[in-house]
Design a protein around this ligand. Structure first.
Ligand code: BV8
Length: 248
């Protein structure tokens, strides 16, 4: 980890009145949650983008639920890591917004305030046919019944996540748009491949934000960055936090 880059970013973070952080699967990697493009991404030889679609659910809701039930059981056994913990502390700063693509709920479990769940939550269910029942939280692992049913109309329930081909909740988009007016936009642990989430970095930059990334690998937004720290989030964020708070 290049210390001059870390020192420069920590100085910008200390000065920032408005800080927006966008996270992806890489921030939960150290907790044991498989990433989407990493080596352990396949489930029974299915690619995530094969199962996380309304079409796949239409074809075989039981198969899709078996995948979500597997992921829920796996995530339930995971704990937030130092990257989550630093971001949870920063969420108590004024002018801080965390936008996550992760549906695992680990930011919330670390105590992060006001998380913007860009792609929903794996712990929320809603009625697939869409009866008037609102979405509900269900943390049972494994689920008692596969596929689970809507408690109000008995119809199929579906995971409260955004599938490929589905639009982002307009309220979530509005909160994310508002957070693009920031002094620093920090992208952590995302390959920046999936849109519209991957467009947030460019949009913040277009509004004058200083844009930085924490990722051991080079990503698709490399050309849009003012600064990149090629390191794991669970190492880089505690280091930055110590510098920002003058502990080193
Ligand atoms: C939509 C919830 C309107 C479900 C997810 C424009 C161009 C091209 C395509 C499109 C486009 N606009 C729309 C599309 C289509 C599509 C899309 O983007 N396709 C991609 C594949 C090209 N987008 C959509 O369908 C979106 N809806 O646009 O609606 C519309 C509809 C149709 C057509 C036009 C418009 C909805 C997308 C949301 C899908 N739902 N998740 C579930 O989880 O089950 S996406 C899911 O995949 C995640 O939420 C996340 O967003 C994405 C995975 O990305 P990452 O989180 O970044 O994870 P990844 O594994 O890729 O990378 C991990 C990174 O971490 C790596 O870079 C690695 O190096 C790094 N890393 C590893 N270890 C560490 C680390 N970093 C730090 N520390 C470490 N220790």
């Amino acid at each position: 980890m290049d210390s001059s880059t870390v020192i420069e970013l920590s100085a910008r973070l200390r000065r920032a009145r408005r800080l927006t952080v966008v996270t992806g699967a890489g921030v939960s990697a150290a907790s044991g949650v498989p990433t989407f493009r990493g080596p352990s991404r396949l489930w029974r030889s299915f690619r995530p983008e094969d199962l996380a679609t309304p079409e796949a659910f239409g074809r075989n809701p039981r198969l899709v639920w078996e995948w979500y039930d597997w992921r829920r059981s796996l995530i339930a056994a995971c704990l937030p890591n130092p990257a989550h913990e630093v971001l949870a502390r920063w969420s108590h700063r004024d002018g801080f917004t965390l936008i996550t693509q992760n549906v695992d709920g680990l930011h919330e479990r670390a105590g992060t305030r006001g998380v913007v769940r860009f792609h929903g939550s794996i712990w929320e269910l809603r009625c697939a046919p869409g009866c008037r029942n609102d979405s509900w939280e269900d943390r049972t692992v494994p689920l008692a019944e596969l596929p689970p049913r809507c408690p109000r109309c008995g119809g199929l329930a579906r995971p409260g996540v955004v599938w490929f081909g589905e639009s982002i909740d307009p309220r979530v988009l509005a909160r994310s748009e508002a957070a693009l007016d920031c002094d620093v936009m920090l992208s952590v642990g995302t390959s920046s491949v999936v849109y519209p989430a991957a467009g947030l970095v460019q949009a913040a930059r277009a509004r004058g934000a200083f844009v930085a990334e924490i990722n051991p690998a080079t990503t698709d937004v490399a050309g849009e960055l003012d600064l990149a720290i090629a390191a794991p989030a669970e190492e880089a964020l505690p280091r930055l936090d110590a510098l920002v708070n003058g502990m080193v």
